[in-house]
Design a protein around this ligand. Structure first.
Ligand code: SF4
Length: 367
């Protein structure tokens, strides 16, 4: 097989071989077809890579020997591996993955344990980038700045390996995936959508799209793209402030007109009308910043833009940042106002705080 260069897929390791983990099923079929093999060979490759976790072409026994030789010469399957793992007191597991570039990404497995001590839900919080360019003032990842986009395969691998951890530690597979780790998923749009296609493929992990949530800082144009591309997963928007001024103070992305609250409103209404899906607003309470009763009333107004619900989060302090956690009393008042306004609201308690695995705390220590 000669070298392949396509616009949408990264080419080249050190030896200029194409990494098949940058491809989903459709791209693998295109890849083999471009090299004169029947398209069903792409399905076979898919099954080996994403169904069986095999990256050694020699083990792909149903591929012809000549094709395997060609793949060895011109392609690689770049796996990512867990290099460190920590478990919190509440059984949340944080894993550090080494990427082919040598950089590291963090992933969290969050068990929802019932009264009998069994995990009824196992959620993997995946990273879509190393670092993040969005620079939210309260976020440890934002402090790092942007480093690297993850490939579809690297996003998939986080879930694959955490699925193994889930079996080892809790005796059952991963049930949910949230794109709430490092990075802004909609800035790595194609790779995130391709990874979702892989994760939900019945020959791979066969996860339900309804059990996957993509969480965005609120990039209006990309939210419209999601609607047009008929995203089948849940959409969460990190709102964190109920008015333009406060939001711009803590989330620089809001300063630009095309990503400000009015633009977000228009995009979310388009998304809602196009998909018929409910939107989840993530709202982290910061003491004295966005936790007043007036803020709650303004937030209630926003929930009327389109069918939606609110997840309230308690802030997990990050070293070097000046934000503080809201008191339980203020939280209660805030919830009360929302309930009076008819808003569906859930309070999400932080998990894995003692290992810095909670929301907003992900950042490689060495970074
Ligand atoms: S909160 Fe999300 S979007 Fe904002 S800096 Fe952190 S990772 Fe990026």
């Amino acid at each position: 097989m000669p070298d392949v260069k396509t616009a949408s897929h990264t080419v080249g390791t050190a030896e200029d071989r194409v990494d098949l983990k940058t491809m989903d099923r459709a791209a693998l079929k295109d890849f083999v077809a471009e090299h004169g093999a029947p398209r069903y060979r792409g399905d076979q490759l898919f099954n080996w890579i994403y169904g069986k976790g095999v990256s050694d072409f020699d083990r792909m026994s149903n591929l012809p020997k000549r094709m395997r030789r060609g793949l060895q010469r011109d392609a690689t399957v770049e796996d990512i591996e867990i290099v460190d793992q920590q478990q919190a007191a509440d059984q949340t597991v944080k894993a550090l993955f080494e990427l082919p570039s040598g950089r590291e990404a963090e992933t969290v497995l969050i068990p929802d344990i019932d009264e009998r001590g069994e995990a009824r839900r196992l959620t993997v919080c995946v990273s879509s980038e190393v670092g993040c360019a969005m620079g939210c003032e309260f976020c440890a990842t934002g402090l790092m700045g942007f480093r690297e986009n993850l490939t579809p395969g690297a996003i998939f691998d986080q879930v694959w390996h955490m699925n193994e951890v889930a079996h080892e530690r809790f005796g059952r597979p991963v049930t949910n995936v949230v794109f709430m780790g490092m990075g802004e998923p909609l800035l790595n749009y194609d790779a995130v959508l391709e990874s979702i296609d892989i994760l939900t493929d019945e020959d791979s992990l066969n996860l339900s799209a309804q059990k996957i949530t993509v969480s965005t800082v609120g990039l209006a144009r990309r939210i419209k793209d999601l609607a047009d591309d008929q995203l089948r997963t849940n959409l969460a928007v990190s709102l964190h402030a109920p008015d333009n001024e406060t939001r711009s103070d803590i989330m620089p992305v809001n300063e630009a007109e095309k990503t400000s609250l009015p633009a977000l409103k228009e995009a979310l209404q388009y998304y809602s009308q196009t998909t018929g899906r409910q939107i989840t607003y993530e709202y982290c309470l910061f003491k004295g910043v966005n936790d007043s009763e007036e803020d709650a009333r303004n937030l209630a107004e926003i929930t009327r833009w389109a069918p939606s619900k609110v997840n309230l989060l308690m802030y997990n302090p990050v070293e070097g940042l000046h934000f503080e956690r809201t008191s339980e009393t203020q939280l209660d008042r805030f919830v009360q106002v929302l309930v009076q306004e008819g808003v569906t609201v859930t309070v999400r308690r932080s998990r894995g705080q003692d290992i810095d695995a909670a929301c907003g705390q992900l950042a490689n220590e060495e970074e």
